[in-house]
Ligand binder design. Structure first.
Ligand SMILES: Cc1cc2nc3c(=O)[nH]c(=O)nc-3n(C[C@H](O)[C@H](O)[C@H](O)COP(=O)(O)OP(=O)(O)OC[C@H]3O[C@@H](n4cnc5c(N)ncnc54)[C@H](O)[C@@H]3O)c2cc1C
Length: 368
């Protein structure tokens, strides 16, 4: 018998499984396709804050950015490429957001090195662009090896490559595939939910990123029209696009990879001239986002008999809806979920499924 079965081995499932195993729990990790084969396997996994006006999401991502940089560096340092981070506004609206960000952030903003022979090692083109445009320079940023870190987190945990299509709660335990577990965590990303609850609405946003070889060298991670990783050895991660018009299950035509590459390289070259480019690998996938863009973590409510006194599914929790910040958020939110499962510690209320359940109830009681 397992203490916890985690379904979904993306960065969310792997982070929860990791923390639970560290707390001494016996964990079973399931994925129908393998470790990091969903959205997580596609991610550029840039670790950066959200450069926007104040708000719950910005605050959460800022906290998570500091937490996760420290977490990856301490526990999975070999999968983290640390580098300073330069964010350049792409238009007037973006510039205003950056100004508001600078006024409100608790992060330490450094002086952008703008002279030709600056430590960024970037070309004069960028120097001019960064000088002309509003920008933020932080000394701490980085990129995680998405697949590598998920595998490392899952090391030593029993892994089952199985698709779970239903959950059966009987005799105080769940039957999950071939095993039994006292608690289940659903970490299924943008896939068809195992348990459909009407108040949980998640949508998958398609994205494409590439790894390239280039003879251009840079010493910082840059975020502008797309994100570009530091490139000191010729290899650079470029990404990602957000394509709301394509969905692998809904579109009849296959995704046009060469058009996606063209878009990525065109956007990248608007930041810095990339010389002698060779495409090394394409990555595509769905990131799952919630209606209010905040992740959803915590106990799942059974809405089959809607009532203002929510009925919870026994020992069933979820972690999902991280949007484009899964690798930034996962260590921080998975820790909260683990502390809840192990010690019963409360999860921040603005993150739990209860917020959507309350809105769902209001909708049901509204006069027609
Ligand atoms: C192109 C792209 C670029 C991105 N770049 C960044 C970035 O730079 N920084 C960042 O922080 N985030 C980035 N993201 C977002 C990030 O990848 C996601 O937020 C994160 O991967 C979500 O992780 P997850 O574990 O929730 O979902 P997933 O990684 O999708 O994992 C869900 C897993 O559940 C499994 N599963 C589903 N249903 C079942 C079932 N019934 N039975 C068994 N297994 C099941 C799937 O096979 C899958 O492996 C990017 C995403 C994309 C697509």
């Amino acid at each position: 018998m397992y203490d916890v079965a985690v379904i979904g081995a993306g960065i969310n499932g792997c982070s929860v499984a990791y923390y639970l195993a560290q707390s001494g729990k016996k964990v079973a990790l399931f994925d129908k396709e393998g470790i990091a084969h969903g959205g997580s396997g596609a991610a550029g996994a840039f670790i950066s804050p959200k450069f926007s006006k104040a708000g719950e999401l910005k605050e959460l991502i800022e906290k998570s950015y500091l937490f996760s940089l420290d977490f990856y560096a301490k526990n999975f340092g070999q999968f983290l490429q640390q580098a300073p981070l330069l964010h350049i506004a792409k238009d007037e609206i973006d510039a205003k957001k950056l100004q508001a960000f600078k006024e409100n952030t608790g992060l330490k903003i450094a002086q952008t090195p703008l002279h030709a022979k600056c430590p960024l090692g970037i070309s004069n083109i960028l120097t001019c662009k960064a000088q002309e445009s509003e920008n933020v320079y932080l000394l701490n940023g980085g990129v995680v090896d998405a697949v590598g870190v998920c595998h490392a987190m899952a090391q030593g945990i029993d892994f089952f490559q199985e698709e779970i299509d239903s959950l059966l709660w009987e005799n105080d335990r769940y039957k999950v595939g071939s095993i039994n577990a006292k608690h289940v965590v659903l970490a299924c990303g943008a896939y068809e939910p195992i348990l459909k609850e009407p108040y949980i609405k998640l949508r998958g946003i398609w994205g494409h990123r590439i790894d390239i070889y280039t003879s251009t060298r840079t010493e910082a991670t840059m975020h502008h029209y797309v994100s570009l990783s530091k490139c000191s050895d010729g290899k650079m991660a470029v990404g990602a696009t957000h394509n709301v018009h394509y969905h692998p299950q809904k579109n009849s035509e296959p995704y046009d990879v060469s058009l996606g590459r063209e878009e990525l390289l065109q956007k990248a070259n608007m930041t810095i001239e990339l010389k002698n480019v060779k495409i090394l690998k394409d990555y595509t996938g769905l990131r799952s986002g919630s209606n209010d863009y905040l992740p959803i973590i915590g106990k799942m409510i059974n809405a089959s008999n809607p009532s203002s006194q929510p009925h919870f599914h026994p020992n069933l929790t979820m972690i999902n809806g991280s949007g484009g910040y899964g690798f930034v958020l996962a260590p921080y939110i998975a820790k909260q979920l683990c502390d809840f499962i192990v010690e019963g510690r409360e999860i921040e209320s603005f993150l739990t499924p209860l917020r959507f359940y309350k809105r769902y109830l209001k909708g049901l009681t509204k006069p027609q």
